[in-house]
Design a protein around this ligand. Structure first.
Ligand SMILES: Cc1cc2nc3c(=O)[nH]c(=O)nc-3n(C[C@H](O)[C@H](O)[C@H](O)COP(=O)(O)O)c2cc1C
Length: 159
């Protein structure tokens, strides 16, 4: 699968259900302020946390969420694609798709543990697995406090 775009212009962003989804949403706004392509995935818990921690009422359906976000950001120059959690035909699910890096911001300890064990049960987990196996950059902004030994050991698996 190939999105036809230039790899250096395409980034993937996943927002999971940890506190601080505002950071992920702000990062999205910054990424879209330049003419690049962004593949966005939001977990279901991320929408719940966004509803509790922000005044953003993000629609559940990817197409509606895309329209809502673009309107919120004032029709930015970047190109946004939003994918649902079970959208296995999304470019990020395939190693042949051209995206430079995946940022998971914020990253819950649940997603951290799934990625650390190589699970690919959701599109976000699969995208992280693809990113690692293709030797691309994976940035995980893990958010939890306090951290347990399990969380720390999971993070060490990425060294
Ligand atoms: C308001 C709220 C805040 C949460 N904050 C965190 C957090 O900071 N870190 C974390 O790892 N999980 C947090 N959780 C729990 C996760 O949402 C939960 O483990 C979920 O299964 C994560 O799934 P996901 O990784 O697919 O988004 C929070 C949940 C809620 C409702």
């Amino acid at each position: 699968m190939n999105n036809g775009g230039k790899q250096e212009d395409t980034l993937a962003l996943a927002i999971t259900g940890a506190s601080g989804v505002q950071y992920g949403l702000r990062l999205l706004e910054c990424l879209l302020s330049e003419p690049r392509t962004v593949y966005l995935m939001l977990s279901r818990p991320a929408r719940v946390v966004a509803g509790l921690e922000t005044d953003w009422e993000l629609p559940a359906r990817p197409a509606e969420m895309r329209r809502w976000l673009l309107q919120r950001f004032g029709s930015p120059p970047g190109e946004l694609h939003v994918f649902g959690q079970d959208q296995w035909t999304a470019p990020v699910a395939s190693g042949s798709a051209r995206f430079r890096a995946l940022v998971v911001c914020p990253c819950s300890t649940s997603t951290l543990s799934a990625v650390a064990t190589g699970a690919s049960n959701t599109l976000i987990e699969r995208a992280a697995d693809v990113t690692l196996k293709e030797g691309r950059q994976l940035v995980m902004v893990v958010r939890e406090t306090p951290l347990s030994a399990i969380h720390l050991e999971n993070m060490l698996l990425f060294y």
